[in-house]
Design a protein around this ligand. Structure first.
Ligand code: T4K
Length: 375
């Protein structure tokens, strides 16, 4: 089989017709309002709030700053229990708030923090749980909340991968104290860079808004050491246009996912993450897990093989955050504490998924993968 003539990346951003964007840009040019809670920002905030089915949201210039503000807004200190199997931003936001991340092992099926192991990671300094709905698969919401309630901990969800995910009709952003969504270019819904916090407590809105705008209350009062987390009008305009195309993008991705499942689900040594029947999928990532003994070659070997065919899959999230130089000396980062995470991080491969990917290309990727295996 010939390699693809052009590289196939793990994702490509949804890019609507430029004309649609320029119409919106013209309005921004006419208004001369480029940032600081302008009309496009306000319109997008309300549209996203409705789309996520949450009571309150606040838009941000990116998901990482949003998460830093989320932690700060809840006055979290000391130690926070989190997952090692995530993007670096998750533990980093704790470090940026002067908090020690405590790594808890993950569940073999969901690949999210293992709720049954949270309690044993607690110390008198524990103040919160920062869990990630990794690859858009919801965490075990109820057990996590039960532990949090028992010990008076805050719960923050990193929902960077979980835009529009719902459990039995409830938007995923309704759980815990605050959820963060990322609108980075690699996400299903994007504003090039961007993000949002969703929360239930209406009193949080004021503090979050202050924190994202330097703590400025008015021209003569600054109430707290805030940061600059504001989304621009240009980002918001891109978001408003992208929202119009979201349903179509999701439908295309659903077709691609179904094709992958059709071709790969019976291949020995490949496991596909199952989607629970009562949830709405994020259509954000397509993940396979490779069992070297049953498949024939390792995840790393398959990754290299795919590269030789010009297919750039990704080993998200290798290495584990607990293995980064800045965290590896924390006692909870020890391999013995994280056996499941260490196994999973060697198995996971993220395959290309984006609306513009031709079904014939998906079929060819599957064929390459199948030929790499034993059968
Ligand atoms: N929490 C979690 C769990 C996260 O996954 C993330 C971000 C965050 C927090 C932080 O949210 P933000 O602050 O980013 O809003 C990418 C993204 O940069 C990152 O946002 C995302 N997670 C992560 C999972 O993926 P990389 O290092 O893999 O990006 P990169 O540049 O290698 O892009 C991947 C592929 O996408 C490229 O091979 C080609 C394609 N691409 C990428 C960009 C940026 C494009 O076609 N066009 C583009 O503009 O991190």
């Amino acid at each position: 089989m010939e390699p693809f003539s052009d590289p196939i990346y793990v994702t490509r951003p949804l890019l609507p017709d430029l004309k649609e964007i320029t119409i919106e840009l013209q309005k921004i040019w006419d208004s001369k309002q480029l940032t600081n809670n302008g009309p496009k920002h306000q319109e997008l905030e309300e549209e996203i709030r409705r789309s996520l089915k949450v009571p309150h949201i606040s838009l941000f210039n990116n998901g990482t700053i949003a998460l830093i503000v989320a932690v700060n807004s809840l006055r979290i200190l000391g130690e926070v229990i989190t997952t090692p199997f995530t993007f670096p931003a998750t533990p980093h936001v704790l470090a940026w708030n002067g908090i020690t991340p405590i790594f808890c092992d993950i569940d073999d099926k969901t690949m999210n923090i293992d709720a049954t192991k949270i309690e044993q990671m607690m110390t008198p300094r524990t103040t919160a749980i920062l869990a990630v709905h990794v690859f858009g698969t919801p965490c075990e919401i109820e057990p996590i909340q039960q532990v949090a309630d028992r010990y008076g901990l805050k719960v923050i969800y990193d929902a960077a991968h979980a835009f529009n995910v719902e459990i039995a009709g409830t938007g995923i952003g309704n759980f815990g104290d605050i959820s963060m969504f990322s609108f980075h270019a690699t996400k299903l819904f994007h504003t090039a860079e961007g993000g949002a916090l969703a929360f239930k407590d209406p009193n949080l809105k004021q503090r979050i808004e202050l924190l994202k705008n330097f703590g400025i209350k008015n021209e003569e009062e600054v109430l707290m050491p805030g940061i600059n987390g504001k989304m621009t009008e240009i980002q918001a305009a891109l978001g408003l246009v992208n929202l119009r195309h979201l349903a179509t993008e999701r439908a295309k991705r659903a077709k691609i996912i179904n094709t992958y499942i059709e071709y790969l689900s019976q291949v020995p040594g490949i496991t596909i993450s199952a989607v629970n029947g009562n949830m709405v999928h994020s259509y954000q990532y397509f993940i396979i897990r490779i069992d070297k003994n049953k498949f024939g070659i390792s995840r790393d070997e398959l990754y290299e093989k795919l590269r030789s065919y010009n297919v750039f899959s990704r080993k998200y999230f290798y290495p584990l955050c607990s293995d980064y130089a800045c965290y590896k000396n924390i006692p909870s980062a020890a391999l013995s504490n994280l056996p499941v995470a260490h196994k999973i991080v060697m198995e996971v491969l993220c395959l290309p998924l984006y609306g513009g990917l031709e079904i014939s290309s998906v079929e060819k990727i599957c064929e390459i993968i199948k030929r790499c295996g034993k059968s």
